[in-house]
Design a protein around this ligand. Structure first.
Ligand code: SF4
Length: 506
């Protein structure tokens, strides 16, 4: 999300006459630092960077004299994002390290804020908005020759999980109109992008209200079975499955992924559309946070362990070859050894392809900060974190091993860094990294008789031969197209259907 936000900032600044991105901060006239406030660790890293930028400001004259800097002025330092919103004036006052503080909904105001400081005023805008989605801004892509891109479709969060600061730093949920997303994806398609990651704090709570008067709103507004919503949806527009429906139909040669969803918003329509459209990747991030129902209640997540496991079962029965990933927090307020054991058993029961795991870090303003005690000692949190990481690794290995023998469609990203001369690497539909020898290949279509080595952006059929339990490698069979691979009824889908599920007990 922050990468995509920087692309929006870049677009705004380019329009205001800032034309060049410099490689080194030493040569910059303006330095932007986009921040995350989700954990204390992330904030500490930002302070370290700010210290270095402060040094650049103070030493600018000496650096110019020594030829270590080409900037005509001392750099202005701009703090963007969640930490800007959380700390506001505190950052500005920190010994004048920072010139401008701009929250995630105020990026359009950046040119004015930079001007304000020329007149000795404070450059600060951390107002949160109920409407801002930057829908009309075409982000300037930071990596312009990449074959994948991010597209932000909604912002904010209404859920108020008790541990989380996001609703306070990113504000309420709001969604971009479908047509503005389709327009942006169309531009990316023209530029040769092959894979789009749809982004949002709760991406599948997408709710496009812009056309509710003219179009039939989403057919149903069911939640996942057994899940509840902390915040009632009053106005109901087009849902996430409607957006996926349009994108997958309009761009048959583009792959679509999305992150980060909330498990409560997986109605059956969404699962069926994922099953039925070959260009929606079979990969679901399903943040559990913990495997204990009592901890889930304290976290105010709106579901039980049983409801979560039932959802996993349903997802796998509808989309048999799906990969599932998750987020876990250990050592949340009051977490007992039994509750921690529930998390380990949930991980084993599901068998995740990937997981993001953290020790709990108390954040100010949250429900937990006001109402609970952060009482799990740090050494216990760290021991539990090691246990969940070890448990995850066991399951992950099985997920990867289960792919051996299947044929996967790989979108080539470029040379494999370990053997750049001889191997290529890319991702499978399920999101696994796969490498394979770079040799001339025929195209699977009879109309294309060229024999050539694949390049970034090509789709290649690869038979998986080996798993390191963290990545896969195999033999490339042919170049192909996204639609061609599935139209041909590739053996991979049937192979996968038989083999998926080996990793978990569900
Ligand atoms: S759903 Fe919960 S964890 Fe996710 S951003 Fe919202 S409050 Fe935070």
């Amino acid at each position: 999300m922050n990468v995509n936000d920087m692309e929006i900032v870049l677009s705004i600044m380019k329009k205001d006459g800032y034309t060049e991105i410099v490689e080194a901060p030493e040569n910059a006239e303006v330095i932007f630092i986009n921040t995350c406030a989700i954990r204390d660790n992330a904030e500490q890293k930002v302070w370290q960077r700010l210290n270095y930028f402060w040094f650049l400001k103070r030493e600018w004259k000496t650096n110019v004299a020594n030829g270590r800097c080409t900037s005509l002025h001392p750099p202005k330092v701009v703090v963007l994002g969640c930490m800007a919103e959380r700390l506001k004036e505190k950052i500005l006052d920190a010994e004048k390290m920072v010139d401008v503080v701009c929250g995630p909904d105020a990026y359009r105001d950046l040119p004015r804020l930079l001007e304000e400081i020329e007149y000795g005023h404070k450059g600060i805008n951390t107002l949160l908005s109920l409407e801002e989605t930057y829908a009309d801004i075409s982000p300037v892509r930071i990596s312009s020759n990449s074959i994948s891109a991010f597209v932000s479709i909604m912002r904010g969060c209404n859920n108020m999980c008790s541990f989380c600061i996001v609703p306070f730093t990113r504000g309420r949920e709001r969604s971009r109109p479908v047509e503005s997303i389709v327009r942006e994806v169309g531009e990316l398609h023209e530029q040769g992008v092959k894979e789009v990651m749809l982004l949002g704090q709760n991406v599948n709570s997408y709710n496009d209200l812009s056309g509710v008067k003219d179009v039939e709103p989403g057919s149903s507004w069911e939640l996942s079975e057994g899940f509840s919503n902390n915040c009632k949806v009053r106005n109901k527009g087009l849902r996430f499955s409607d957006l996926l429906d349009q994108l997958s139909m309009k761009f048959p040669e583009m792959r679509f992924r999305y992150t980060s969803p909330h498990p409560k918003d997986f109605p059956d329509e969404l699962l069926y559309i994922m099953r039925d459209r070959y260009n929606i990747c079979k990969n679901i991030h399903l943040p559990a946070q913990t495997g204990s129902t009592t901890v889930l209640q304290r976290m105010r997540r709106g579901y039980t362990r049983e409801a979560y496991l039932d959802l996993v079962k349903k997802i796998r029965s509808i989309i048999p070859d799906v990969g599932i990933s998750s987020d876990f927090i250990c050592g949340f307020c009051g977490e007992t050894e039994d509750e921690h054991a529930d998390t380990l058993s949930l991980m084993k029961a599901v068998g995740y392809d990937n997981a993001y795991m953290f020790a709990y870090s108390l954040r100010e303003k949250t429900h937990a900060h006001r109402n609970y005690v952060d009482d799990v000692p740090e050494n216990v949190k760290q021991r539990r974190l090691t246990e969940i990481i070890d448990t995850f690794r066991e399951c992950k290995g099985q997920c990867f091993d289960s792919q051996i023998g299947t044929i996967q469609l790989i979108l080539v990203e470029g040379p494999n860094k370990r053997c750049p001369e001889t191997e290529l690497t890319g991702k499978s539909d399920r999101g696994h990294r796969v490498s394979f020898p770079c040799v001339p290949l025929p195209h699977s279509s009879a109309a294309d008789v060229e024999l050539r080595k694949p390049v970034a952006g090509d789709f290649v059929e690869v038979r998986i031969l080996k798993s390191t339990q963290a990545s896969l490698s195999g033999k490339a069979l042919a170049r192909t197209s996204l639609s061609g691979f599935y139209r041909a009824g590739s053996s991979s889908s049937s192979d996968n259907a038989l083999e998926v599920g080996a990793a978990g007990n569900l």
